[in-house]
Write a protein of this length. Sequence first.
Length: 289
Amino acid sequence: LGREDGDAAEAVLTSLRDQDGVNVALSTKALRCEGADNDNRGSGTLVCERDGEEVRFEFDALLLALDRRANSNTAGIKDIGIEIAKNGTVASDPFLRTNYPSVSVSGDVAGPYQFTHVAAHQAWYAAVNSLLRPFWSFRADYGVIPWCTFTSPEVARVGLNETEAKERGIEVEVTRYDIGDLDRAITDGEAHGFVKVLTTPGSDDILGATIVGVHAGELIAEFVLAMKHDLGLDELLGTIHVYPTMMEANKYAAGNWKRANKPEKLLRYAARYFAWRRGRPATRGSEQT
């Protein structure tokens, strides 16, 4: 979770340790395996380095989770002269065409995002552009790309997070809602996690959202739709959500933003007006309270 905010990673770490009983070894480098066969099958010992000292972990089975690397020459594409980018992906233009205009790419081999839903997104552009060439073509749109890490709890994000905003020098307003207060989460025994929304200061324009909790991958879709179609938190707050559902967390986050940005001057005038009304004598058709 290196690209997510620290509070999101901490929520997952706490769940792993406290609820699942997982021994999470941070800042630890794996050196070698001892006692296992050549395929790392069967029990053995994982020898690691932490703070300059060796530490050992006994295991019954070893699972290696490695990063993805594009296998760009599977079909011999280098041999026919298709250009390969420095990161190993197939080089393509904004229309997903390679240096051979009749050859288009999509999916992990195309980059820049290695997600199945992005591959499907790219495939539409690649297919349509191939069919309509040379009369019409569409640039692949990467403006609003969501993703979800399916840990327990899930971590879903779209747009900016606090870390990226700080690195880029972008001023943001941060609004949070604690899912622990949500009726559906309490009913389901999943009262943990949060919704965090980044907006332009003084505006309801959504710059990004991070959700940590059960079904976060589904909940993030509402923010994806809002960002795609330039809908702000005011529109989200004004949308009726079914009760009791997890989706209400998004609306309550918008409500927290609204409370933090309420028109103080107007509310003071309203308070004075209603105080004056309460002090007026009762008239026909009205009641004094």
